[in-house]
Write a protein that binds this ligand. Structure first.
Ligand SMILES: [Zn+2]
Ligand SMILES: [Zn+2]
Length: 83
């Protein structure tokens, strides 16, 4: 019986650790780097909370919010520029 308890405990620790690692990975994947101050900011932000640099803008064709660094709109294929 103590062996079973040991295995159970290890499994719990294992899953807790794996959960943390997965969370860290997911959090990191959601971050983008601000082009102005190089700070990592949440990918959903429209403005950098550190220097107020604009990170996203609405596509001038379909109005979906897209990353300011993208050259083409992924929603409608419109080429950015001429602004
Ligand atoms: Zn910034
Ligand atoms: Zn578009």
């Amino acid at each position: 019986m103590p062996i079973l308890a040991c295995i159970g405990l290890s499994l719990i620790v294992y899953f807790l650790l794996m959960g943390n690692i997965k969370d860290m990975y997911i959090n990191d994947a959601k971050k983008v780097q601000c082009g102005k101050c190089s700070k990592k900011v949440d990918a959903t932000y429209t403005f950098c909370p550190n220097c107020k640099e604009q990170l996203k803008e609405p596509c001038n064709h379909c109005n979906n919010i897209i990353d300011i660094n993208w050259r083409y709109c992924p929603y409608c294929g419109n080429t950015k520029g001429n602004r």
